[in-house]
Design a protein around this ligand. Structure first.
Ligand code: FAD
Length: 454
């Protein structure tokens, strides 16, 4: 049976075999692409469309790669030869907003920023705020377990989803989770779907846990330090002091220099690292004072602003990191996470890896939650072996410090070869068996996450 013929008969023009669509579906934003084009891109517009695709895929044993906006950084949404790229980007409806229950029911294709624009008039927001919030979908955010700048205080996707509707590989529709605040009935399959990277099912709906918009002022504190270690130690001290900033971002000297060049800002003295911190809510000013004291005690040169526009301008420097790296070459953006107290030690490890591998590794960090993004910049489209060796060293260092391979971007194709090393053989096998229960034929995102293990 020809899957393309069956798809076209069932879904008509929603099956797209145009060259631009196929080319686009080969790649996400990781800098990596499948070596060949997929069979077709299906633009699902309803749950029934998704079910039809999955039934045909099961019948014909055709692999399916689910895609949101394709902004992922792990290669997980890249669709290749013989595969169906199933896009949920057109499923953008907000089905329900309940201010009394602090929840919203949405389709997966709505962009994170569009959802928040719809929630704002109700005095509500959905806290996960990846830097890609203007361009990434809620379904993609859930499937990657996305995080962002505000997550140290307001939580990541995992803290903000009550339930998901999922179409399984064979086309059955399941509803996992609940609408109540509490709910411990049976196993937590909602949790299992978060960060599952398209390997367990297609998310076709989500019941999201909302917050009321935060009242009060926002204070922005910037502090420069003579070394990245000093900045990391200061951020760990802020956490240890019991203050909870909404945002705490760290930029090392190379990142700061690259962004300064991009934005035409004065060049900071060599070696200068920076922390940008925001406090919010009714206690913002008192917390800003407490943060200022800790940073000064740790040798920081500190400035505090109470002006929101100025705060946004200061954060733009941090948000320009992706663009600054892209201006230098092709980037492998890494994503290790360590316990917050281990941040200074992790920066020591990065300095060692730079020395031993003869590389510069500009690094930014969500310092409030110990999540670091070391960037490897290189020429051309293939990651050079030397960069992979340095990345390998980086992953092992993070794991040795009690950390993990990925804090928010996922495993995808880029990190699958290290998965068993962190999980151990038994857990790797257990996880793969769980995936097989959801997808016995192995047609959901094959070759991703669990693949490259011998
Ligand atoms: C400039 C930039 C900044 C970024 N900043 C951040 C950041 O701060 N924090 C962060 O966490 N990430 C960040 N990212 C990475 C990326 O935006 C996130 O991983 C995002 O959650 C991906 O959403 P998407 O809609 O683009 O998903 P895609 O890239 O299309 O897909 C990602 C994964 O989700 C799966 N998937 C997508 N939709 C569904 C669905 N409906 N059902 C089942 N599986 C699905 C795919 O199969 C794939 O495995 C950034 C990316 C860029 C380009």
């Amino acid at each position: 049976m020809n899957p393309l013929g069956l798809l076209t008969a069932a879904l008509g023009e929603r099956v797209d075999t145009s060259l631009p669509a196929l080319e686009q579906a080969r790649a996400d934003r990781s800098g990596h692409a499948a070596s060949r084009r997929p069979l077709a891109v299906v633009h699902a517009e309803s749950v029934a469309d998704v079910q039809a695709v999955m039934r045909i895929a099961t019948e014909t044993r055709t692999p399916v790669v689910v895609r949101g906006a394709g902004t992922g950084l792990a290669g997980a949404a890249n669709a290749g030869s013989g595969e169906i790229a199933l896009s949920t980007a057109r499923m953008t409806a907000v089905r329900e907003i309940r201010a009394d229950d602090l929840l919203a029911v949405v389709e997966p294709g709505i962009l994170n920023a569009d959802l928040n624009a719809a929630l704002a008039p109700h005095g509500l927001w959905w806290p996960p705020d990846p830097a890609s919030r203007e361009i990434s979908t809620v379904g993609g955010n859930i499937a990657t377990g996305a995080g962002g700048l505000l997550c140290a205080k307001y939580g990541v996707v995992r803290d903000a989803v009550l339930g998901v509707d999922v179409v399984l590989a064979d086309g059955r529709l399941m509803r996992f989770g609940h609408r109540s605040v509490k709910g411990v009935t049976g196993l937590d399959l909602t949790s299992l779907m978060i960060g599952s990277e398209g390997t367990l099912g297609v998310i076709v709906g989500a019941t999201l846990k909302l917050r009321r918009l935060t009242e009060g002022t926002i204070c922005t504190i910037t502090a420069t330090f003579p070394s990245v270690r000093a900045a990391a130690a200061a951020s760990a001290a802020v956490t240890a002091a019991g203050v909870q900033p909404a945002i705490m971002e760290l930029m090392d000297a190379a990142s700061l220099a690259a962004v300064s060049a991009l934005l035409d800002l004065p060049v900071p003295p060599a070696g200068t690292a920076q922390l940008t911190i925001q406090t919010d809510g009714p206690a913002a000013e008192a917390e800003a004072q407490a943060v200022e004291a800790v940073l000064s005690a740790h040798g920081g040169t500190v400035q505090v602003s109470h002006d929101r526009a100025e705060g946004e301008r200061l954060l733009t420097i941090r948000r320009s990191m992706h663009a600054a790296m892209a201006a230098l070459g092709t980037t492998l953006i890494e994503d290790v996470s360590v316990p917050r107290s281990a941040m200074p030690a992790m920066f020591d490890e990065i300095a060692r890896i730079e020395r031993e591998h003869g590389l510069s590794i500009p690094t930014v960090a969500h310092a409030g939650d110990g999540n670091l993004h070391p960037n490897f910049v290189f020429e051309g489209s293939e990651v050079p072996d030397g960069v992979w060796r340095a990345a390998d060293d980086l992953f092992r260092a993070a794991i040795a410090l009690g950390g993990t391979l990925t804090g928010e971007h996922g495993i995808g194709t880029l990190k699958s070869r290290w998965l068993a090393e962190e999980l151990g053989e038994d857990q790797w096998e257990l996880q793969r068996q769980i995936a097989r229960v959801f997808d016995p034929l192995g047609i959901l995102n094959p070759g991703k996450v669990f693949s490259a293990h011998a």
